[in-house]
Design a protein around this ligand. Structure first.
Ligand code: HEC
Ligand code: HEC
Length: 264
Protein backbone atom coordinates (compact mmCIF):
# COMPACT_ATOMS: atom_id res chain seq x y z
CA UNK A 1 0.00 0.00 0.00
CA UNK A 2 2.64 2.47 1.17
CA UNK A 3 4.77 1.27 -1.64
CA UNK A 4 2.20 1.97 -4.35
CA UNK A 5 1.51 5.41 -2.91
CA UNK A 6 5.20 6.32 -3.12
CA UNK A 7 5.24 5.18 -6.68
CA UNK A 8 2.35 7.43 -7.67
CA UNK A 9 3.91 10.62 -6.31
CA UNK A 10 7.36 9.83 -7.54
CA UNK A 11 7.80 11.68 -10.84
CA UNK A 12 9.99 10.26 -13.55
CA UNK A 13 12.78 12.56 -14.90
CA UNK A 14 10.73 13.02 -18.03
CA UNK A 15 7.72 14.22 -16.05
CA UNK A 16 9.98 16.64 -14.17
CA UNK A 17 11.24 18.18 -17.40
CA UNK A 18 7.73 18.49 -18.81
CA UNK A 19 6.37 20.17 -15.72
CA UNK A 20 9.40 22.48 -15.56
CA UNK A 21 8.90 23.53 -19.17
CA UNK A 22 5.19 24.01 -18.60
CA UNK A 23 5.96 26.12 -15.53
CA UNK A 24 8.40 28.26 -17.50
CA UNK A 25 6.14 28.65 -20.47
CA UNK A 26 3.55 30.88 -18.83
CA UNK A 27 6.03 33.55 -17.59
CA UNK A 28 7.95 33.41 -20.89
CA UNK A 29 4.74 33.98 -22.81
CA UNK A 30 3.91 36.91 -20.54
CA UNK A 31 7.34 38.46 -21.05
CA UNK A 32 7.06 38.01 -24.80
CA UNK A 33 3.66 39.71 -24.90
CA UNK A 34 4.82 42.64 -22.77
CA UNK A 35 7.85 43.10 -25.01
CA UNK A 36 5.56 43.12 -28.08
CA UNK A 37 3.36 45.70 -26.42
CA UNK A 38 6.27 48.03 -25.57
CA UNK A 39 7.73 47.76 -29.06
CA UNK A 40 4.30 48.47 -30.51
CA UNK A 41 3.85 51.58 -28.38
CA UNK A 42 7.33 52.85 -29.21
CA UNK A 43 6.95 52.44 -32.92
CA UNK A 44 3.56 54.14 -32.97
CA UNK A 45 5.07 57.11 -31.11
CA UNK A 46 8.21 57.34 -33.17
CA UNK A 47 8.16 60.68 -35.04
CA UNK A 48 8.16 59.93 -38.72
CA UNK A 49 10.52 62.61 -39.98
CA UNK A 50 10.19 61.54 -43.58
CA UNK A 51 6.48 62.16 -43.70
CA UNK A 52 5.26 65.63 -44.55
CA UNK A 53 2.09 65.18 -42.56
CA UNK A 54 4.06 64.21 -39.48
CA UNK A 55 6.26 67.27 -39.87
CA UNK A 56 3.25 69.50 -40.17
CA UNK A 57 1.70 67.91 -37.11
CA UNK A 58 4.87 68.61 -35.15
CA UNK A 59 4.97 72.22 -36.33
CA UNK A 60 1.33 72.66 -35.36
CA UNK A 61 2.03 71.16 -31.96
CA UNK A 62 4.90 73.52 -31.15
CA UNK A 63 3.38 76.52 -32.87
CA UNK A 64 2.02 78.22 -29.75
CA UNK A 65 5.49 78.17 -28.17
CA UNK A 66 7.29 79.08 -31.37
CA UNK A 67 4.98 82.04 -31.97
CA UNK A 68 5.33 83.10 -28.37
CA UNK A 69 9.11 83.22 -28.47
CA UNK A 70 9.08 84.97 -31.85
CA UNK A 71 6.98 87.77 -30.42
CA UNK A 72 9.05 90.95 -30.11
CA UNK A 73 9.46 91.44 -26.39
CA UNK A 74 10.52 95.03 -26.96
CA UNK A 75 7.46 96.02 -28.89
CA UNK A 76 5.02 97.87 -26.71
CA UNK A 77 1.85 95.88 -26.19
CA UNK A 78 -0.95 97.01 -28.44
CA UNK A 79 -4.29 96.15 -26.89
CA UNK A 80 -6.63 94.37 -29.31
CA UNK A 81 -10.02 95.84 -30.09
CA UNK A 82 -13.21 94.35 -28.66
CA UNK A 83 -14.22 93.05 -32.05
CA UNK A 84 -10.81 91.42 -32.63
CA UNK A 85 -10.99 89.66 -29.26
CA UNK A 86 -14.58 88.63 -29.86
CA UNK A 87 -13.78 87.22 -33.32
CA UNK A 88 -10.76 85.34 -32.00
CA UNK A 89 -12.08 84.00 -28.70
CA UNK A 90 -15.59 84.81 -27.51
CA UNK A 91 -17.42 83.96 -30.72
CA UNK A 92 -16.87 80.23 -30.11
CA UNK A 93 -19.62 80.23 -27.52
CA UNK A 94 -21.30 83.62 -27.73
CA UNK A 95 -22.36 83.38 -31.38
CA UNK A 96 -24.10 80.03 -31.18
CA UNK A 97 -25.03 80.20 -27.50
CA UNK A 98 -22.96 77.09 -26.75
CA UNK A 99 -23.07 75.92 -23.12
CA UNK A 100 -25.85 78.42 -22.48
CA UNK A 101 -23.75 81.49 -23.29
CA UNK A 102 -25.78 84.66 -23.87
CA UNK A 103 -25.87 85.12 -27.65
CA UNK A 104 -24.29 88.03 -29.50
CA UNK A 105 -26.89 90.72 -30.35
CA UNK A 106 -29.62 88.86 -28.45
CA UNK A 107 -31.17 91.54 -26.23
CA UNK A 108 -33.29 89.03 -24.34
CA UNK A 109 -30.21 87.02 -23.37
CA UNK A 110 -28.22 90.07 -22.37
CA UNK A 111 -30.71 92.46 -20.72
CA UNK A 112 -30.67 90.85 -17.23
CA UNK A 113 -26.89 90.49 -17.39
CA UNK A 114 -26.34 94.08 -18.53
CA UNK A 115 -28.49 95.18 -15.60
CA UNK A 116 -25.74 93.90 -13.27
CA UNK A 117 -23.53 96.73 -14.48
CA UNK A 118 -20.26 96.76 -16.38
CA UNK A 119 -18.01 96.08 -13.39
CA UNK A 120 -19.78 92.83 -12.52
CA UNK A 121 -19.81 91.68 -16.14
CA UNK A 122 -16.10 92.42 -16.45
CA UNK A 123 -15.37 90.60 -13.19
CA UNK A 124 -17.26 87.53 -14.40
CA UNK A 125 -15.54 87.65 -17.80
CA UNK A 126 -12.10 87.87 -16.15
CA UNK A 127 -12.69 85.35 -13.37
CA UNK A 128 -15.16 83.09 -15.13
CA UNK A 129 -18.71 82.20 -14.15
CA UNK A 130 -20.04 78.62 -14.17
CA UNK A 131 -19.50 77.38 -17.79
CA UNK A 132 -17.91 80.68 -18.80
CA UNK A 133 -14.12 80.12 -18.56
CA UNK A 134 -11.89 82.89 -17.14
CA UNK A 135 -11.00 85.31 -19.99
CA UNK A 136 -12.97 83.07 -22.35
CA UNK A 137 -10.16 80.53 -21.96
CA UNK A 138 -7.39 82.76 -23.37
CA UNK A 139 -5.20 83.72 -20.43
CA UNK A 140 -3.07 85.94 -22.71
CA UNK A 141 -5.85 88.50 -22.92
CA UNK A 142 -5.28 91.60 -20.79
CA UNK A 143 -8.00 93.05 -18.57
CA UNK A 144 -8.41 95.86 -21.11
CA UNK A 145 -8.89 93.38 -23.96
CA UNK A 146 -11.47 91.35 -22.04
CA UNK A 147 -13.17 94.62 -21.08
CA UNK A 148 -13.32 95.77 -24.68
CA UNK A 149 -14.82 92.42 -25.75
CA UNK A 150 -17.43 92.72 -22.99
CA UNK A 151 -18.31 96.23 -24.18
CA UNK A 152 -18.37 95.06 -27.80
CA UNK A 153 -20.83 92.27 -26.97
CA UNK A 154 -23.03 94.11 -24.52
CA UNK A 155 -23.28 97.31 -26.58
CA UNK A 156 -24.40 95.17 -29.53
CA UNK A 157 -27.23 94.03 -27.28
CA UNK A 158 -28.33 97.48 -26.20
CA UNK A 159 -25.87 98.51 -23.46
CA UNK A 160 -24.09 101.86 -23.60
CA UNK A 161 -20.80 101.11 -21.88
CA UNK A 162 -17.60 103.00 -22.62
CA UNK A 163 -14.74 101.12 -24.28
CA UNK A 164 -11.91 100.83 -21.74
CA UNK A 165 -8.56 102.45 -22.54
CA UNK A 166 -5.17 101.69 -20.98
CA UNK A 167 -5.06 103.65 -17.70
CA UNK A 168 -1.92 105.63 -18.49
CA UNK A 169 -3.44 107.06 -21.65
CA UNK A 170 -6.33 108.57 -19.75
CA UNK A 171 -6.41 112.10 -18.48
CA UNK A 172 -5.79 110.87 -14.93
CA UNK A 173 -2.55 109.22 -16.02
CA UNK A 174 -1.46 112.29 -17.92
CA UNK A 175 -2.11 114.51 -14.93
CA UNK A 176 0.28 112.41 -12.82
CA UNK A 177 3.25 112.90 -15.12
CA UNK A 178 5.34 116.02 -14.55
CA UNK A 179 6.01 118.11 -17.66
CA UNK A 180 9.40 117.50 -19.19
CA UNK A 181 11.61 120.01 -20.98
CA UNK A 182 13.62 118.38 -23.79
CA UNK A 183 16.22 121.16 -23.63
CA UNK A 184 16.98 120.23 -20.03
CA UNK A 185 16.79 116.51 -20.81
CA UNK A 186 19.94 116.16 -22.88
CA UNK A 187 22.32 116.36 -19.92
CA UNK A 188 20.25 113.88 -17.89
CA UNK A 189 20.08 111.56 -20.88
CA UNK A 190 23.83 111.63 -21.39
CA UNK A 191 24.55 111.00 -17.75
CA UNK A 192 21.97 108.30 -17.04
CA UNK A 193 20.26 106.91 -20.12
CA UNK A 194 22.84 106.89 -22.92
CA UNK A 195 24.48 103.75 -21.48
CA UNK A 196 21.63 101.76 -23.02
CA UNK A 197 19.79 104.15 -25.31
CA UNK A 198 22.79 105.24 -27.39
CA UNK A 199 23.72 101.79 -28.68
CA UNK A 200 20.43 99.98 -28.07
CA UNK A 201 21.68 97.79 -25.23
CA UNK A 202 19.23 95.08 -24.11
CA UNK A 203 16.85 96.10 -26.88
CA UNK A 204 16.54 99.71 -25.74
CA UNK A 205 15.09 101.94 -28.48
CA UNK A 206 18.00 104.10 -29.71
CA UNK A 207 18.04 107.86 -29.35
CA UNK A 208 16.75 109.41 -32.58
CA UNK A 209 15.72 106.06 -34.14
CA UNK A 210 12.30 107.14 -35.36
CA UNK A 211 11.20 103.64 -36.40
CA UNK A 212 12.03 102.26 -32.96
CA UNK A 213 10.21 105.11 -31.21
CA UNK A 214 7.13 105.49 -33.42
CA UNK A 215 4.87 102.95 -31.69
CA UNK A 216 6.23 103.82 -28.28
CA UNK A 217 5.57 107.52 -28.79
CA UNK A 218 2.05 106.65 -29.94
CA UNK A 219 1.39 105.53 -26.35
CA UNK A 220 1.64 109.17 -25.31
CA UNK A 221 4.09 111.07 -23.13
CA UNK A 222 2.38 110.08 -19.87
CA UNK A 223 2.75 106.37 -20.58
CA UNK A 224 6.38 106.75 -21.61
CA UNK A 225 7.06 108.69 -18.43
CA UNK A 226 5.24 106.06 -16.38
CA UNK A 227 7.33 103.28 -17.98
CA UNK A 228 10.55 105.21 -17.44
CA UNK A 229 9.54 105.86 -13.81
CA UNK A 230 8.46 102.32 -12.96
CA UNK A 231 10.46 100.35 -15.51
CA UNK A 232 9.19 98.06 -18.21
CA UNK A 233 10.79 94.73 -19.21
CA UNK A 234 14.51 95.48 -19.93
CA UNK A 235 14.09 99.13 -18.94
CA UNK A 236 14.91 99.52 -15.23
CA UNK A 237 12.92 102.01 -13.11
CA UNK A 238 14.45 105.46 -13.64
CA UNK A 239 17.11 103.77 -15.78
CA UNK A 240 18.50 102.31 -12.56
CA UNK A 241 19.00 105.69 -10.86
CA UNK A 242 16.59 105.47 -7.95
CA UNK A 243 17.78 108.81 -6.56
CA UNK A 244 16.98 110.75 -9.76
CA UNK A 245 14.49 113.60 -9.30
CA UNK A 246 11.18 112.96 -11.09
CA UNK A 247 11.56 116.30 -12.88
CA UNK A 248 14.93 115.24 -14.32
CA UNK A 249 13.48 111.94 -15.47
CA UNK A 250 10.63 113.84 -17.13
CA UNK A 251 13.15 116.05 -18.95
CA UNK A 252 15.03 112.96 -20.22
CA UNK A 253 11.82 111.28 -21.40
CA UNK A 254 10.79 114.48 -23.18
CA UNK A 255 14.22 114.63 -24.82
CA UNK A 256 14.00 110.99 -26.01
CA UNK A 257 10.47 111.61 -27.27
CA UNK A 258 11.33 114.71 -29.27
CA UNK A 259 14.52 113.17 -30.68
CA UNK A 260 12.47 110.12 -31.66
CA UNK A 261 10.26 112.30 -33.84
CA UNK A 262 7.41 112.90 -31.38
CA UNK A 263 5.76 116.11 -30.22
CA UNK A 264 5.06 117.00 -26.62
C1 HEC B 1 -16.32 78.11 -23.75
C2 HEC B 1 -17.44 78.99 -24.02
C3 HEC B 1 -17.27 80.46 -23.78
C4 HEC B 1 -16.31 81.31 -24.30
C5 HEC B 1 -15.16 80.97 -25.23
C6 HEC B 1 -16.63 82.63 -23.81
N1 HEC B 1 -17.74 82.58 -23.01
FE1 HEC B 1 -18.60 84.15 -22.02
N2 HEC B 1 -20.03 82.91 -21.28
C7 HEC B 1 -20.12 81.55 -21.52
C8 HEC B 1 -21.24 81.01 -20.79
C9 HEC B 1 -21.70 79.57 -20.80
C10 HEC B 1 -21.84 82.09 -20.10
C11 HEC B 1 -23.04 82.03 -19.15
C12 HEC B 1 -22.51 81.75 -17.77
C13 HEC B 1 -23.63 81.63 -16.75
O1 HEC B 1 -24.27 82.66 -16.47
O2 HEC B 1 -23.80 80.54 -16.24
C14 HEC B 1 -21.06 83.27 -20.43
C15 HEC B 1 -21.32 84.54 -19.92
C16 HEC B 1 -20.57 85.66 -20.22
C17 HEC B 1 -20.84 86.99 -19.70
C18 HEC B 1 -21.96 87.37 -18.76
C19 HEC B 1 -21.53 87.25 -17.34
C20 HEC B 1 -22.62 87.65 -16.36
O3 HEC B 1 -22.28 88.22 -15.32
O4 HEC B 1 -23.79 87.41 -16.63
C21 HEC B 1 -19.87 87.82 -20.19
C22 HEC B 1 -19.73 89.29 -19.92
C23 HEC B 1 -19.01 87.01 -21.02
N3 HEC B 1 -19.45 85.71 -21.03
C24 HEC B 1 -17.93 87.50 -21.71
C25 HEC B 1 -17.09 86.73 -22.52
C26 HEC B 1 -15.96 87.27 -23.22
C27 HEC B 1 -15.52 88.71 -23.18
C28 HEC B 1 -15.41 86.23 -23.91
C29 HEC B 1 -14.19 86.27 -24.82
C30 HEC B 1 -13.00 86.86 -24.29
C31 HEC B 1 -16.18 85.05 -23.61
N4 HEC B 1 -17.20 85.40 -22.77
C32 HEC B 1 -15.90 83.77 -24.10
C33 HEC B 1 -19.28 80.80 -22.32
C34 HEC B 1 -18.16 81.28 -22.98
C1 HEC C 1 20.01 99.40 -18.41
C2 HEC C 1 19.62 99.91 -19.67
C3 HEC C 1 18.72 101.13 -19.70
C4 HEC C 1 18.94 102.35 -19.13
C5 HEC C 1 20.11 102.81 -18.26
C6 HEC C 1 17.81 103.18 -19.50
N1 HEC C 1 16.94 102.47 -20.29
FE1 HEC C 1 15.17 103.15 -21.06
N2 HEC C 1 14.86 101.34 -21.92
C7 HEC C 1 15.70 100.27 -21.83
C8 HEC C 1 15.13 99.16 -22.55
C9 HEC C 1 15.73 97.78 -22.70
C10 HEC C 1 13.91 99.63 -23.07
C11 HEC C 1 12.89 98.83 -23.87
C12 HEC C 1 11.94 98.18 -22.87
C13 HEC C 1 10.87 97.39 -23.55
O1 HEC C 1 9.92 97.99 -24.09
O2 HEC C 1 10.95 96.16 -23.53
C14 HEC C 1 13.77 101.00 -22.66
C15 HEC C 1 12.68 101.79 -22.97
C16 HEC C 1 12.54 103.11 -22.58
C17 HEC C 1 11.40 103.93 -22.88
C18 HEC C 1 10.21 103.54 -23.71
C19 HEC C 1 9.18 102.88 -22.83
C20 HEC C 1 7.96 102.44 -23.62
O3 HEC C 1 6.86 102.44 -23.04
O4 HEC C 1 8.07 102.07 -24.80
C21 HEC C 1 11.63 105.15 -22.31
C22 HEC C 1 10.72 106.36 -22.36
C23 HEC C 1 12.89 105.08 -21.65
N3 HEC C 1 13.42 103.81 -21.82
C24 HEC C 1 13.47 106.12 -20.96
C25 HEC C 1 14.67 106.05 -20.31
C26 HEC C 1 15.26 107.15 -19.59
C27 HEC C 1 14.63 108.52 -19.46
C28 HEC C 1 16.44 106.70 -19.08
C29 HEC C 1 17.43 107.47 -18.25
C30 HEC C 1 16.92 108.13 -17.09
C31 HEC C 1 16.59 105.31 -19.47
N4 HEC C 1 15.51 104.97 -20.23
C32 HEC C 1 17.66 104.50 -19.13
C33 HEC C 1 16.91 100.19 -21.17
C34 HEC C 1 17.47 101.23 -20.43
Amino acid sequence: MADSHAKMTQATPREVIISLLAGLFAPLLAIFLIAQLVIGIQSSHKPDASSEAANKATVDRIKPFATLSARDANAPRVEKSGQAVFDAVCTTCHTSGALGAPKYENKGDWAPRIAQGYDTLLKHAIEGLRQMPPRGGDSDLSDIEVGRAVVYMTNAAGAKFKTPEPAAATAAGAAGAPKGDPAKGKAVYEASCAVCHAAGVAGAPKLGDKAAWKDRIAQGYATLYDHALNGIRGMPAKGGHADMADADLAHAVAYLLVEGGGKL
